[in-house]
Design a protein around this ligand. Structure first.
Ligand SMILES: [Fe+2]
Length: 239
């Protein structure tokens, strides 16, 4: 089914402008760097998370998950903060939801990824230590837990030049992730390896749906000055 990607992108840009969130951007990934780091919708890195260890460890922290955002609350989508504004795990954390929706609903208190720089206790999970290569570069990051039929509708999370770099990993295979293909005008599913961390091009319109229960995903953001680090971890085979 064809989608109107231009409309989705323009609506997002309008919300960021109206809320003043766009005035909070201070640094950007240069266009040429962004292109090199995002040759594909999902670009493989050499970083892997032990998914079985992660699932054992996160079970103890189940109480830190809360319903994702204030929109579409009938969907079984839950989030917990990995990196937020002050490093404290709290309920009604604005980052446990879409920041586009937050900026739409709270135009007097705009919040963007780079306004969240402090890791929470969840970042100390032993299974997440392969991520420590990015310590000092973190911005807004979450763990999401989805049950069957949870989804994100088609959206973007950045525009180029981008004020952050997004990384993504799924701890379970039962999720379909799709990206906009300009040539066909449609969203097309993209393959991934469970437990592998990817650089994700969220300037492309994308969506996702869970086809099983207890699907854990890592949604990670790092600051623009991490470009050379990302160059180092991109898998040369880009498998
Ligand atoms: Fe997204």
């Amino acid at each position: 089914m064809k989608i109107n990607a231009t409309q989705i992108i323009n609506e997002t840009i309008a919300i960021f402008k109206n809320s003043g969130a766009d005035k909070l951007f201070s640094d950007f990934v240069k266009d040429e760097d962004y292109k090199r780091l995002h040759p594909l919708p999902l670009t493989a890195t050499s970083i892997w998370i032990d998914t079985e260890e992660f699932k054992k460890e996160i079970a103890i922290w189940d109480f830190t998950f809360e319903q994702w955002g204030k929109d579409h609350t009938h969907l079984p989508r839950y989030g917990a903060a990995l990196v937020n504004q002050n490093g404290t795990l709290l309920k009604n954390d604005p980052i446990n939801g879409s920041l586009m929706a937050w900026n739409r609903d709270n135009p007097d208190k705009p919040l963007i990824e780079t306004g969240c720089r402090t890791p929470t206790a969840l970042m100390d999970l032993p299974s997440l230590q392969p991520l420590s290569v990015f310590n000092g570069y973190w911005c807004r990051s979450n763990i999401l837990k989805w049950n069957c039929d949870a989804k994100f509708l088609p959206h973007i999370d950045t525009v180029v030049p981008s004020p952050w770099i997004r990384l993504w990993a799924s701890m379970n295979p039962e999720i379909i992730v799709r990206f906009y293909n300009e040539a066909t005008g449609e969203l097309e599913s993209v393959e991934f390896e469970t437990g592998r961390v990817y650089v994700v091009d969220t300037s492309l319109v994308h969506d996702a749906v869970a086809v099983g229960d207890n699907i854990y995903q890592l949604f990670l953001s790092i600051t623009p000055n991490a470009v050379s680090l990302v160059d180092l971890v991109i898998d040369p085979k880009r498998a």
